[in-house]
Design a protein around this ligand. Structure first.
Ligand code: 2M8
Ligand code: MG
Ligand code: MG
Length: 253
């Protein structure tokens, strides 16, 4: 197996960013040496810190599929699927003249911390972007119009748990997951069964492209709207649902 997982609201609790309730299966997959591949809206620095806390060092996918990092001896190999942060911000500034949006680059660490509940240090890591820009939209009515406008420059807007994200058009979690699967299959010269877990709209493409898709119940007890064949819906919210669903799929007693 290869396990692909979203973080916020999935492996990490929406509010506390904690993975305690998933410890049992985290331990199991570490014993079984099943690769756990993080696929997130978060940045490189945020994921590196989390991998340390989890005690793993697998390849990972950042900023909604914009970049794949593969650990090498002392550094990482980066496969870029998205436009650079500089390019993204240049366009963002143009859109902010017409739409009531505010991006991370205009927020202090304190402000990001207020919105997310992350510490100032962690908010700083969240602000160090390589590709995409999370932002707030003061009037949600405008979202379809904004999407049309950004498309002209080759961008797209996706929704995360708290923010919208300005990303490169065509870049998504699924593309990066498919690349990663190929990478593993070439490396080990065998085929892998894939599992993915996610709770958000930006996880749908990833859930669609794996063998075993698991939709995690959101922090408010609801599920996002999505129709996927053989979709498994978790019984519990966030990391507890993550643990429980994988326990079933991996047949852990
Ligand atoms: C942002 O991502 C989440 C993903 O669902 C969101 O949109 O709410 C990103 O800025 C990420 O870097 C950050 O760690 C996270 C914190 O809640 O928010
Ligand atoms: Mg999520
Ligand atoms: Mg996410």
């Amino acid at each position: 197996y290869l396990i692909f997982t979203d973080l916020d609201g999935t492996l990490l609790d929406h509010k506390t960013y904690d993975f305690n309730e998933a410890k049992e299966i985290l331990e199991y997959i570490s014993e079984q040496k099943i690769p756990l591949i993080i696929v997130t809206s978060k940045t490189k620095d945020e994921v590196i810190e989390l991998q340390k806390r989890l005690g793993i060092s697998y390849p990972f996918i950042i900023e909604n599929g914009a970049g794949i990092f593969i650990p090498k001896e002392k550094s990482f190999e980066l496969i870029s699927l998205g436009k650079s942060y500089e390019t993204t911000i240049t366009s963002f500034k143009k859109y902010s003249k017409e739409f009531p949006i505010k991006g991370f680059h205009e927020m202090s660490d304190e402000e990001v911390s207020l919105y997310t509940g992350l510490s100032k240090d962690k908010s700083n890591k969240a602000k160090k972007r390589t590709f995409s820009e999370p932002f707030i939209l003061k009037d949600e009515m405008n979202i379809e119009k904004l999407k049309q406008l950004v498309l002209e420059d080759g961008f797209d807007v996706v929704k995360g748990g708290r923010f919208y994200h300005l990303i490169t058009f065509g870049q998504d979690k699924a593309k990066a997951v498919i690349e990663m699967k190929k990478y593993y299959e070439n490396l080990y010269n065998k085929s892998f069964k894939t599992i993915a877990l996610g709770d958000g709209e930006n996880d749908i493409t990833m859930l669609k492209c794996v063998d075993i898709p698991i939709l995690i119940k959101k922090y408010d007890g609801s599920f996002i709207n999505c129709k996927i064949n053989n979709l498994i819906k978790s019984r519990f919210i966030g990391p507890k649902g993550w643990n429980d669903s994988l326990k079933g799929v991996l047949n852990v007693k």
